[in-house]
Ligand binder design. Sequence first.
Ligand code: URA
Length: 210
Amino acid sequence: MDQNLIIVDHPLVQHKLTLMREKETPTALFRQLLREISQFLAYEVTRELPTRLKKIDTPLVPMDAPVMAGKKLALVSILRAGNGLLDGVLELIPSARVGFVGLYRDEKTLQPVEYYFKVPDGIEDRVVIAVDPMLATGNSSAAAIQRLKDAGARDIRFLCLLAAPEGVERMREAHPDVPIVTAAVDEKLNENGYIVPGLGDAGDRMFGTK
Ligand code: URA
């Protein structure tokens, strides 16, 4: 693995992830845990963002105190499961603008086809955090990132809950400039493209479908 892959191995994250993996975990708890973990991941993905000093007055003295500086942020949810990460990240970064990318896989060509794309103005000047819980084959994530680049985004990070080695590899090939932050890299993909041991279909589990 490489330095552009950050695995958030904090005990609280790992504990919550274990609860999410368990098949008996109900939908409401699954969603709540995802929201909680998303904030730890957001904390890590924003670690390198610059700050500047601002003059403020505490009740005791004036001081130069750090505030966020530099480029504005855009969060981009890769539909539909990305929405499960979005709210938690937005709670931490409430002023971020939000975009959405929707892709599905054409059954004949196996190529990703776009059905929705809307990103904030000035995407080329923003730090973009693309969110999708499961980096499995990496095909749709890589396509979504490419679409963001085509729209002008230049500074992109990818935040996911779980990754497969195959997905990390695919992203590395296609977008070596995009750092990946995840809670774990699991063993493998199975023949149906599911991450093993994984947690099943993240979208179904968070929205109670199926
Ligand atoms: N998408 C999911 O929701 N789960 C997987 O295991 C792989 C892709």
